[in-house]
Design a protein around this ligand. Structure first.
Ligand SMILES: Cc1ncc(COP(=O)(O)O)c(C=O)c1O
Length: 340
């Protein structure tokens, strides 16, 4: 683990490698959630027969709290992330966290780590995790009856090394990122499944991420949604169970509509995407990526430049609109930010 940089001049540690000193933990036992408590962020005890270690009964969330110029701390769309966590828990037949209790745990975690919330462009990344702890190695066909819920926090800066540098993306047009039925569940196994293909593409083509397009149909990358932009238009895949319904995606689409873009949510193929990027833009959206411009797509070993090859003006404009709301520099007319 890296340590928290003391001065703004110190090099910024890689995303997620520094943890805030306090976490909040609650246990589900005998059919109910117990009281949660804040405690030092340190290793926990887990039985080697724990359900999660064998049957991957785990889900998580990721979202950010920002320190505004007035010193206040504000969380972005916490309600949506809590709801998605509950939906993931239901899909995995894990004990569902109570929305109010989870919100209180998040608020307590932020409160106890208040002094390590970085100033802009940094933020405090919140990472609730839920996992089955029942000790039973014969439970492949049985739900975990005991579980632990922890809210971790991490001061973060840029997700992609190099900040606003245009990304290189490999197009995987055969395999899916995950099993179809768990695409919209934020569960560890999905990331494990995408890791091998992502590392292989990185080694072979020096790319930042893989865009999964199973059967040629454009879906999402290993850790973000995918959008195409051009003058007055935005195109992205319509919501279905095969991919994660990003809160950033929803926010960008809302802002784009307000800016007068025609937003198209539908299925589209790799061929249409390659046509679009000849004079259009492509971007990844996500809590960590924010809205990150794509400069190059690699398809069947051939490089396709996206627009000018740099981060385009539509990507920059919508990113700026979003970031200014998150940082409290523009008025939040949607009730997306919550002071904590
Ligand atoms: C697979 C995947 N898709 C999309 C996203 C974007 O979701 P959000 O905008 O809610 O962070 C993420 C990040 O959480 C992700 O891991």
């Amino acid at each position: 683990m890296n340590s928290i940089p003391k001065a703004s001049q110190e090099p910024r540690p890689a995303f997620g490698t520094v943890l805030a000193p306090t976490m909040t933990l609650a246990r589900f036992q005998k059919g109910q959630w117990g009281r949660f408590e804040a405690q030092p962020c340190k290793p926990i005890e887990l039985h080697p027969a724990a359900h999660v270690l064998h049957y991957a009964s785990t889900c998580f969330e990721g979202f950010k709290a920002y320190r505004w110029a007035d010193g206040s701390i504000n969380v972005f769309r916490m309600d949506r992330h809590i709801e998605r966590m509950r939906q993931s828990a239901r899909a995995l037949v894990l004990p569902e966290p109570d929305a109010q209790q989870l919100e209180e745990m998040i608020r307590l975690t932020i409160d106890r780590n208040r002094e390590v919330v970085p100033e802009a462009p940094g933020s405090l990344y919140l990472r609730p995790i839920l996992f089955g702890t029942t000790a039973n190695i014969g439970a492949a066909g049985a739900a975990a009856t005991e579980a632990t819920l922890i809210v971790l926090a991490s001061p973060v800066w840029d997700y992609f090394a190099g900040g606003m540098k245009p990304l290189r993306i490999y197009i995987e047009d055969v395999n899916a990122r995950t099993a179809t039925q768990t695409g919209m569940v934020k569960t560890g196994g999905n990331y494990a499944a995408a890791l091998g293909p992502t590392l292989e593409a990185r080694r072979k083509y020096n790319v930042d991420q893989v865009l999964f397009c199973p059967g040629g149909s454009v879906q999402e990358t290993g850790a973000s949604n995918f959008l195409l932009l051009r003058d007055g238009r935005l195109l992205t895949r319509s919501l279905d169970s095969t991919f994660l319904h990003g809160v950033t995606r929803d926010s960008v689409l809302t802002l784009a509509r307000e800016e007068g873009y025609r937003v198209e949510e539908r299925i589209f193929e790799v061929g249409e995407m390659l046509e679009w990027v000849r004079d259009g833009e492509a971007a990844l959206s996500g809590t960590a990526a924010v809205l990150a411009g794509v400069g190059t797509l690699v398809h069947h070993g051939k490089e396709h430049r996206v627009g000018s090859g740099d981060v385009g003006p539509h990507t920059r404009k919508l990113r700026e609109r979003l970031v200014s709301i998150q940082r409290g520099e523009a008025r939040d007319t949607h009730g997306w930010t919550r002071r904590v």
